[in-house]
Design a protein around this ligand. Structure first.
Ligand code: PMP
Length: 383
């Protein structure tokens, strides 16, 4: 590599290290002995043998890879079946599979917006929504977190009847709180804006049937553009956009991250179908997850830990500065517990936190260990 480039990269790396923001990438062995409170496997499905078996069977029937993009010859019968199931789950006319949630958000915003179509985004939206607006060349206007008045003020300033889109996470990935879907839908209706909700962390967890914080409770009239991901509660991988026939056909034609990528491996689609069967057949998983959440919040509050306002599996401990977060995460790691240490730029500066995620797979012993570990941090590692 050219000397100047090497120096430039080294300087950026050094700056990130100096700020205490260097990111580590742990390599996990299959039998990793750490108790996991960092992943998004909310229903404990990622390691379910039924998903693994379905995946293997899908690969045997259709091949390990899809061989091509959807529009060429990669759209297999199993993808089509999965799209029907996802449309049915979310109460939408159609659904379209994407290979990842990141690409679903990029593709949707790029296909729907341009430089004349502002995207109004919650301040805490996921990076893929922000990047999607960039790919579209659309200006992003950020409204204060969950603040409908601020959103209405910004919308009122947008010129006349120009098209506009409001995008929000359904469950905020680093805070665990939920968007006010009804309020957003009402504001959008009033201001003639399209509403797009990314329910990556709600799908499989919230809603009467695990259909998410939008799902069947808020039909396409309220939320015309719904994104769900499959690599979190559903334990597999990929994502989908659900909405009207017109929306889906438009995405098939114009969403570049859909058109120009290889379709998801058919075994992954088969694993997702197995996960959807389990979601419907075993509602006790969600009940158990909510029992875990309630116990954690009750006992963490008793310990005086700085919890966030969250009733979802994402339970941040708001510590503030980077060094404290790293010390707590290190101490928990020594105790055999993996939690997320989240710092800028993933969250705003000064708002570093432990991101603790709960799962139906956590038994009482795991929760005991977590609460003991946190209590030890509180006593030994003062902020
Ligand atoms: N949206 C949100 C809110 C997310 O948290 C994530 C995952 N971090 C994504 C989208 C991206 O999904 P995927 O991991 O499938 O690309």
């Amino acid at each position: 590599m050219d000397e100047r480039w090497s120096r430039r990269l080294a300087a950026r790396a050094e700056a990130r290290r100096a700020e205490g923001l260097w990111r580590n990438r742990p390599t996990l062995a299959p039998d990793a002995s750490l108790r996991d409170f960092a992943g998004n496997d909310y229903l404990g499905l990622a390691a379910d043998p039924r998903l693994a078996e379905a995946q293997a069977e899908g690969a045997r029937r259709f091949g390990a890879g899809a061989r091509a993009s959807h529009l060429v010859c990669g759209h297999l019968a199993i993808h089509e079946t999965l799209e029907h199931r996802l449309a049915e789950l979310t109460g939408r006319p159609r659904a379209l599979l994407f290979s990842t949630g990141y690409m679903a958000n990029l593709g949707t915003l790029q296909a729907l917006c341009d430089r004349h179509t502002p995207v109004f985004q919650d301040r805490l939206n996921h990076a893929s929504l922000l990047d999607g607006a960039r790919l579209a060349g659309a200006p992003s206007r950020r409204f204060h977190h969950r603040d409908l008045d601020d959103l209405a003020r910004l919308l009122a300033r947008a010129p006349g009847d120009a098209p506009r889109l409001v995008a929000s996470d359904g469950v905020f990935s680093m805070d665990g709180d939920t968007a006010d879907i009804e309020g957003l839908a009402g504001t959008c209706r009033h201001h003639g804006a399209w509403l797009m909700i990314d329910d990556a962390h709600g799908l499989g967890v919230l809603g009467e049937r695990g259909d998410g914080c939008v799902g069947r409770a808020h039909g396409p009239g309220d939320v015309p553009i719904l994104v769900g991901t499959l690599g979190k509660a559903l334990g597999s991988a990929g994502a989908f956009v659900a909405g009207s026939e017109t929306l889906i056909e438009h995405l098939i034609q114009f969403a570049r991250p859909y058109v120009y990528t290889t379709a998801q491996p058919p075994g992954v689609a088969a694993a997702t179908l197995a996960a959807l069967d389990i979601l419907a057949a075993e509602p006790e998983r969600r009940a158990r997850l909510f029992d875990r959440i309630a116990r954690f919040r009750r006992e963490a509050a008793t310990l005086g830990l700085p919890l966030a306002e969250s009733t979802t599996p994402i339970q941040p401990i708001l510590l503030g500065d980077n060094a404290t977060v790293m010390r707590w995460a290190g101490r928990l790691h020594e105790a055999g517990l993996r939690v997320g240490a989240i710092r800028a730029p993933t969250v705003p500066r000064g708002e570093a936190r432990l991101r603790i995620t709960l799962s139906a797979a956590h038994d009482d012993e795991a929760l005991d260990a977590l609460l003991e570990g946190l209590d030890a941090c509180r006593r030994e590692v003062t902020p």
